[in-house]
Design a protein around this ligand. Structure first.
Ligand code: AMP
Length: 420
């Protein structure tokens, strides 16, 4: 079914189609086919859909039509409020909406607001109003409290990744926001999972919603090739450079154990003429956003991240992930390699295995029931002796391999990372 059969108004369709074509959207995804006609008719929607399903376009396209067709008034009022759990998702959704809105007959103003950065530029941007506000809950309430924004005239509310909103402890803020919204409104509720608290929230908000469930299809199970290369500790950067050049890797996410290590690796790569930036919790939010934008726009070839910071990275086309330092736990290994091979693309995960980490690698393999052939690359054959005891990479952990418990120092680091 083409986008033209979903019920878009003739005055809006060509502009949307032009933007969709430009972005390579040939036909609507499953969630788009189901949600768009219902949203255009003003219905509430309860979508069980993961990132990668195309849910952003599923709600953004019909909402853009609603805004364009609404009676234009001299004062812009916020008609659509999109609440998201993280700053990264806010930026991503804002960019997506702006891209879809590019050729519409009226300019649709989108404001993206999130915490962790100065509030003043966001207040300035909100002067004169905004048609769509994409916000994280805390900053939204701050802006409402400073009279920079009013939400009393919102006609559609979108909760994107509702389960993560509650997981991150935004339940109370959400309650305060809902109390400020008009009772009469359209509600679009998207969540990847439906634990009891989400069911309760959804049933309290939604009015006879259309339920859409997009199950991850078996054939879209990630196609990730895993490789493990033995190398000496001191030759890892050289090997990484060699692999980037010989394998022609255009976009690589490299994992380092510490913030310091990620800085050093990025500097070494830059010295070798490769565009690389570190990505960790001690960087300002502005810097992190910039690094992600540059990475997505291919202005950066390599991002060197820590585990904690990388949780906010959501990039669909990420062909290669490299474990420069091995992850602390098998759970982290799965999270890391899951960054590649998304949305049906194939991916490659390469782990650099040094002799002191050999036992640790074997534990990860055992835990994940993997059997990855250990390789050597010509010119980088290891000379270090394999030791019995696995060393712990000094990264904070969100899981653990039995027998490898975090040390006091690790716990302090984890606490510092959480605080940053
Ligand atoms: P989302 O689930 O909204 O985060 O979208 C995941 C990715 O799929 C984004 O990179 C979109 O640009 C892309 N996408 C969404 N819908 C389509 C479509 N109909 N055709 C091609 N790509 C799409």
């Amino acid at each position: 079914m083409p986008f033209s059969s979903l019920g878009f108004a003739p005055s809006v369709l060509p502009a949307l189609q032009r933007a969709l074509k430009e972005q390579g959207f040939a036909a609507p995804s499953e969630v788009q086919t189901a949600a768009i006609p219902a949203i255009l008719q003003g219905r509430d929607v309860l979508g069980s859909a993961q990132t990668g399903s195309g849910k952003t376009a599923a709600y953004a396209l019909p909402l853009l039509q609603q805004i364009v067709l609404a009676q234009p008034s001299r004062v812009r009022r916020t008609q659509t409020l999109v609440i998201v759990p993280t700053r990264e998702l806010a930026v991503q959704v804002g960019n997506a909406i702006n891209n879809f809105a590019k050729y519409l007959p009226h300019r649709v103003k989108v404001a993206v607001v999130f915490g962790g950065v100065s509030i003043n530029p966001q207040m300035m941007h909100l002067r004169g109003g905004a048609d769509i506000v994409v916000a994280t809950p805390g900053r939204l309430l701050d802006l409402i409290g400073s009279n920079a924004l009013g939400i009393a005239q919102v006609s559609t509310l979108v909760l994107d990744e509702a389960d993560r909103l509650l997981d991150l402890g935004f339940g109370e803020e959400l309650g305060r926001i809902l109390a400020l919204l008009p009772r009469q409104r359209q509600n679009l509720f998207f969540s990847a999972t439906f634990p009891p608290d989400i069911e309760v929230l959804a049933s309290s908000m939604l009015h006879e919603p259309l339920r859409i469930e997009v199950l991850p299809e078996p054939e879209t199970a990630p196609d990730i090739t895993q490789r493990a290369i033995q190398v000496d500790t001191t030759r890892r950067t050289q090997l990484l450079r060699h692999l980037i050049a010989t394998q022609k890797w255009s976009r690589v996410l490299v994992f380092a154990a510490t913030q310091h290590a990620s800085e050093i690796i990025a500097v070494k790569l830059r010295t070798a003429g490769i565009t690389a930036e570190p990505f960790h919790g001690a960087l300002s939010q502005g810097k992190r956003t910039q690094v992600l934008m540059d990475f997505k726009a291919s202005r950066l070839q390599v991002v060197v991240a820590t585990d904690v910071a990388a949780r906010g990275i959501d990039i669909v086309q990420l062909p290669v992930v490299v474990n420069y330092d091995l992850p602390r736990s098998a759970v982290d290994y799965t999270h890391r390699i899951g960054r590649t091979g998304r949305a049906g693309e194939s991916g490659l995960a390469v782990s650099l295995v040094t002799a002191p980490m050999m036992a640790h690698w074997k534990l990860i393999e055992k835990r994940q029931q993997l059997s990855v052939q250990l390789e050597q690359v010509e010119g980088f054959e290891p000379t270090e002796a394999v030791t019995e005891q696995a060393e712990l990479p000094a990264s904070p952990s969100n899981g653990g391999i039995k027998g490898l418990r975090p040390s006091k120092k690790d716990k302090l680091r984890a606490a510092a990372a959480r605080a940053s």
